[in-house]
Write a protein of this length. Structure first.
Length: 169
């Protein structure tokens, strides 16, 4: 049995306010909780139904366990996920008042934040829209603050042409 798996399940159970006994039952009886792959939100409760019944866990407790478990698995797969989420939130805040955000080109820009698989976040501007100097400066400061997570920030047109690339200084 993997020490990583055991520690991950115990930590997720503790974060979900499950008993130590519940964590040990999950470790012993749920080999599919491998500590590597996330568990589907709708399939997990069904897979855990027998243990949940024997441990008298509510649906809310099971849901909270899977939330904590999956968050832990994601954190191991991408240790910068939390930092990246914070950085994207800061960028979104810096863009407030800069026009209308819309992923489908109906607005002025789109902060592509649906994938953390890259160290280069991108803002797409539509119809020749330009961000204000203040917004660009704020984005530069954010990029410097989160240099551990991002190597650069690209602003590009909807056709993919580079408008501006910011790098941590």
């Amino acid at each position: 049995m993997s020490n990583h798996r055991t520690a991950l399940i115990r930590t997720a159970a503790e974060e979900a306010c499950l008993s130590a006994e519940a964590a040990e039952v999950l470790i012993a009886e749920c080999p599919w909780l491998d500590g590597v792959e996330e568990v589907n939100d709708s399939l997990g409760p069904e897979l855990l139904s027998e243990q949940a019944r024997s441990l008298h866990l509510s649906g809310k407790q099971v849901e909270e366990f899977f939330y904590c478990y999956n968050a832990r698995v994601r954190a191991v797969a991408n240790p910068l996920a939390l930092v990246q989420s914070e950085a994207y939130a800061a960028m979104a805040t810096a863009l407030v008042g800069q026009g209308r955000e819309d992923a489908f080109g109906e607005g002025d820009y789109w902060l592509i934040s649906d994938s953390f698989s890259t160290r280069t976040p991108t803002i797409v501007v539509f119809n020749g829209f330009r961000l204000s100097r203040e917004a660009v400066q704020a984005l530069q400061r954010i990029l410097c603050t989160y240099a551990c997570a991002f190597s650069e920030l690209r602003i590009s047109s909807e056709e993919g042409a580079e408008v501006l690339t910011l790098r941590p200084q």
